[in-house]
Every structure is written in structure tokens, then in C-alpha cells.
Design a protein around this ligand. Structure first.
Ligand code: PLP
Length: 355
């Protein structure tokens, strides 16, 4: 008991953490020294690099993933009396984006095996008012883009957790009418805060670019200031170059966890060849909240991978799979800078708590 409380946050193993180094420091420093710190040539370069990486014709950088979702929804005509289908099992960013454009969020349940949207439930939720469907790839595992793209509703692909993942249909971000990325500090690559909207439609991207910036316009209507700075973009350019290495390091840790946790009475994350390990999520036979608390008391920052599902905030029933996933899912630390020693500490603690 006492030794647990003595563990300080410095000795705790963080749940996630950005991997930043001298290259990022140098790139950001050069931008500061240039005096041109707002949206400029670094943003344009980052947009080109990301579009190429995601297999898209173009991309528009924005200030966050949420801002990207807002603008993607706006250019697809989401607004009052229009419905947007989103999963219940996801962070609240999606809900906020839909409400921010004045549209109605309609929740769909998850596939219990993957945590991703259940295409059958999505199909049931489509009405004449549906203007878009937001599809996240939860924890780095691709959702069923083939089926979800064929439901007759424009798809916004939410790649905030899945940059670098792929499926038979192509790389994350190559499907959907528009795809959205996040570069928040805890994501796979980071610019502090930041996001990107990618698409093959130059027309949609032009409209995203128009709405992210209010200045010097021929007309006056509601626009945003959702621009990215050149400092953030300089960091993003370096991070994107390092992405493949980051993903390999994450996969290496996942392999160790798979081996160590196989004997436990918990289900391992789906071992899909196209996935990335944004999160390493165990499915427990019991309550994940208690296990997370026991692990935190041992200095290992574990958490439910979704803080609280949207339907529970809204007091809605009928999301049995989401409910079960939320209760049983435990996310354990995984990030490229997790040392071998810390990886061993995670394995020992998880084995002790779940064994
Ligand atoms: C993080 C995240 C977002 C929001 O991105 P921000 O950059 O934090 O605004 C949206 N969707 C998913 C699936 C996310 O994980």
C-alpha cells in the first residue's frame, strides 16, 4: 500500500507519450528564426507530404482533428435538420463536431470483435436526413471501409488513431469523400495540436481552405480560424518522416505483449496485418476500471481506451456491444519511447493484476 502511494509520476510508466527529438527542435527553431511563423510554406509542404502518404490528391492543414471534422462536415452540407451517423464507442470530439455545425448526431453501435462501427447497425440508422457518416478506425484497426462506403452515404474517414494503417481497400485516409487526421500530443505523430483534411476532390479541399481562414474574403459569412502554424507543420514534416519507424517500434512492443499476455484470461487485440498499434487494448473477463486502478497503483498508467461512450452521456439505450466493450476494455501503455525496462514493468504488473 505505502510503496504504491510513494511512486511518483516521474517513475510511473506513461500511457502514451510523444516521441520528439533534436530533429523536431531544429526544424521548429529554423521556423522561429525565419520570423515567418504563421501558415506558410511549411504548412503547404506538410499538406503535400501527408496527401502523398495517404494516397490523396491533396490535403488542407487545420488546427486540430476536431476542427478538421467540423470543416469536413460543413463542406458536405451538414447543418440544422441534417443527421450525421457516428459511433457511440469513440471520444466526444465527433459529437462536438456534429453539434458545432448544428447537425443531429445519430449514434450507431460497435462490432464487438473490433470496436469499430457495425455496418449493419449503421444501415439501420440511415434516414432521408442523413448527410454523412464519420468512420474512425479505432485503436489503429481499420473499419470495414468496403461495406461502410457502399451504404449510399458520404463517408468522412476519421484517421486520428490510424495514420499508417491499411486494409484491402487501401491506406487509412484514402477512402471516404474526405479523411481527417489528428496530430494531438498523444497521437501517433504529433504537432502539439493539429489536424489535416485530405481528399481527392479539389473542390471540397478549396472549400475547407476557404472556411479555415476568415481574412480577405470577397463576402461575409461564418468562417473559422482553424489554421495551422508553420512551427507545427515543421514538426509534422519531421514526424511524418519518422512514422514508419514509430509504427515498427509500436508493433515490436505489441508482439512482446501478445506473447506475455497470451496465457492470461483476457482477449488480445485483433492481430490484423494492416493495423497499427495506436492502442494496445485487452478485453478482460471482468471490469476494466478496477484493473486500471490496480495497475495505476503499481505505477502503470492504464485506462479505458474510450473514457465514456456517447450513448451513456446522452442517456440512450440500445448499445449493448458498446456497453460490453466499454466495461471490459483495458488500454495498456504503448509508444515508441517505451523503454525495454518499462515494457517489462508493464508485463509484470499486468500479469500480476490479471493472472
Ligand atoms: C483524437 C481524436 C479526434 C480529435 O482530434 P483532436 O486533434 O484532439 O481534436 C477525433 N477522432 C478520433 C477518433 C480521435 O482519436
Amino acid at each position: 500500500m505505502h510503496s504504491d502511494t510513494l511512486r511518483t509520476s516521474e517513475t510511473a510508466v506513461p500511457h502514451s507519450r510523444p516521441t520528439l527529438g533534436e530533429e523536431e527542435v531544429a526544424a521548429v527553431s529554423r521556423v522561429i528564426a525565419s520570423g515567418r511563423v504563421a501558415q506558410g510554406e511549411k504548412v503547404r509542404k506538410f499538406e503535400e507530404d501527408l496527401a502523398r502518404f495517404a494516397g490523396r490528391k491533396g490535403a488542407a492543414a487545420v488546427s486540430s482533428g476536431t476542427a478538421g471534422l467540423v470543416l469536413a462536415l460543413a463542406v458536405l452540407g451538414a447543418g440544422p435538420e441534417r443527421e450525421v451517423i457516428i459511433p457511440s464507442y469513440v471520444c466526444t470530439a465527433l459529437f462536438h463536431a456534429v453539434r458545432q455545425v448544428g447537425a443531429v448526431p445519430v449514434l450507431a453501435d460497435a462490432d464487438p470483435a473490433t470496436g469499430n462501427l457495425d455496418p449493419e447497425d449503421v444501415e439501420q440508422k440511415i434516414t432521408k436526413k442523413t448527410v454523412a457518416l464519420i468512420v474512425p478506425h479505432m485503436f489503429g484497426l481499420m473499419a470495414d471501409m468496403d461495406r461502410l462506403s457502399k451504404l449510399g452515404v458520404p463517408v468522412i474517414e476519421d484517421c486520428a488513431q490510424a495514420i499508417g494503417a491499411k486494409s484491402g481497400a487501401g491506406p487509412a485516409g484514402s477512402g471516404g469523400v474526405l479523411s481527417v487526421f489528428s496530430f494531438y500530443a498523444t497521437k501517433v505523430i504529433c504537432t502539439g495540436e493539429g489536424g489535416m483534411v485530405a481528399s481527392d476532390s479539389e473542390d471540397l479541399l478549396e472549400r475547407v481552405r476557404d472556411l479555415r481562414d476568415y481574412d480577405e474574403k470577397p463576402d461575409l459569412r461564418v468562417r473559422c480560424n482553424y489554421k495551422m502554424t508553420d512551427m507545427a507543420a515543421a514538426m509534422g514534416i519531421v514526424q511524418l518522416r519518422r512514422l514508419i519507424g514509430f509504427l515498427a517500434a509500436r508493433a515490436e512492443i505489441a508482439k512482446k505483449y501478445d506473447r506475455a499476455f497470451a496465457p492470461l484470461e483476457a482477449s488480445l487485440p485483433p492481430n490484423d496485418p494492416g493495423r497499427i498499434y495506436f492502442r494496445y487494448v485487452l478485453g478482460l473477463p471482468g471490469e476494466a476500471g478496477e484493473a486500471a486502478a490496480a495497475l495505476r497503483a503499481r505505477g502503470i498508467s492504464c485506462a479505458r481506451p474510450v473514457f465514456r461512450p456517447l450513448h451513456s452521456y446522452l442517456g440512450l439505450a440500445g448499445f449493448a456491444n458498446t456497453e460490453r466493450l466499454w466495461r471490459s476494455s483495458l488500454s495498456v501503455p504503448i509508444h515508441p519511447s517505451l523503454s525495454e525496462e518499462d515494457c517489462g514493468r508493464v508485463i509484470a504488473a499486468v500479469t500480476e493484476v490479471l493472472g
